[in-house]
Design a binder for this molecule. Structure first.
Ligand code: PSU
Ligand code: MN
Length: 307
């Protein structure tokens, strides 16, 4: 399958390798317009500021693209876009539709083109009551499959965080806490759960990733980076909104791939936008850390050519 890689990303991959992948479901389904376009652009500039190259991944008119232009971002932010995980690629490509790649869809493409570091807001996981509904995000499978370092702010407690950790353990994927031993839960810096291991610096994280990769062990790692203190929300407050949105989803019979986008937009409405600012702050924070890890990893991989 042809993947259209932008000239900038192609050059970076051939030389210094300091590249950070970004997903596009966050643009098409995760955030409302026009915040989504603002976030998409700001994420790219933060990664550049840190000295790495951003590579937002999506499907535009049936073509898989790595590294988007402004027009592509506008399409994702405004138009009718399919949420794409592994099972949706064939359909979206053959029907020449637009696709916003989830964490799982993005990992799949990033791995194919050789991008090792990826920044997002929150990963998908095992949904509450997942033991009955079997609603387990494809994100966890793709993490188990490909050698990618995914930086996130933990996972929203729309999920069952305990079951998500158990599932990741079974799949052999570690969650590295960045300067924390407590698993952050997206809007909040804490949760009742522990991460697998705590590390203090981007360099230590890159070294761990390199060790796993060269052992070699199949699969990625999750880096859990707590939301900045300035934007963290009280967990009991956000929890009550999450419970309300779960009740609404049940009443409206929302299932399958609609579940996560429905819960995200209901929480945003219930918090009257307060959660939106938190969401932006944490995803920017993740982009910054991902760029730092990508740069350290490039040194470790000895791909940096002396300038
Ligand atoms: N969690 C968030 N924001 C998001 C998502 C998850 O806090 O935007 C998106 C990501 O793209 C993730 C996807 O990969 O939802 C997971 O969807 P599902 O639960 O249907 O696998
Ligand atoms: Mn699901």
């Amino acid at each position: 399958m042809h993947i259209k890689i932008s000239e900038e990303v192609k050059k970076a991959l051939k030389t210094h390798q300091k590249v950070v992948a970004l997903e596009s479901t966050i643009i098409s389904h995760g955030l409302p317009y026009p915040d989504n376009i603002e976030v998409a652009k700001t994420l790219e500039s933060i990664i550049r500021e840190e000295g790495a190259i951003p590579a937002t991944i999506a499907i535009i008119n049936g073509e898989i693209k790595v590294g988007l232009d402004e027009h592509d971002l506008e399409i994702l932010a405004k138009e009718d876009v399919v949420k794409v995980s592994k099972r949706d690629f064939g359909y979206v490509i053959s029907q020449k539709k637009h696709g916003g790649t989830t964490v799982s869809g993005t990992i799949l493409v990033a791995a194919r083109v050789g991008i090792q570091v990826f920044a997002t807001g929150g990963i998908g996981g095992v949904h509450r009551y997942g033991e009955n509904t079997m609603d387990i995000s494809r994100d966890l499978e793709e993490l188990a499959e490909h050698s990618v370092c995914v930086v996130c702010a933990g996972a929203k407690s729309i999920l069952d965080l305990g079951l998500t950790l158990e599932y990741l353990e079974t799949k052999g994927v570690e969650i590295i806490g960045y300067q924390t031993e407590v698993l952050p839960s997206f809007y909040s810096r804490t949760s009742p759960f522990q991460v697998t291991h705590r590390l203090e610096t981007p360099q230590e994280i890159a070294t761990l990733f390199h060790a796993k990769k060269t052992f070699p062990l199949k699969g990625g790692i999750v880096v859990a980076n707590p939301i900045p203190e300035s934007h963290a929300m009280a967990s009991d407050v956000i929890e009550s909104y999450i419970e309300q949105s779960l009740i609404l989803a049940k009443e409206k019979n929302i299932t399958g791939k609609e579940t996560t986008p429905f819960l995200l937009s209901t929480i945003k409405d219930l918090t009257k936008g307060e959660s939106l600012e938190a969401n932006k702050a944490l995803v920017y924070n993740n982009a910054r850390l991902a760029a730092k890890i990508a740069i350290e990893l490039a040194y470790i991989d000895k791909k940096i050519i002396a300038f």
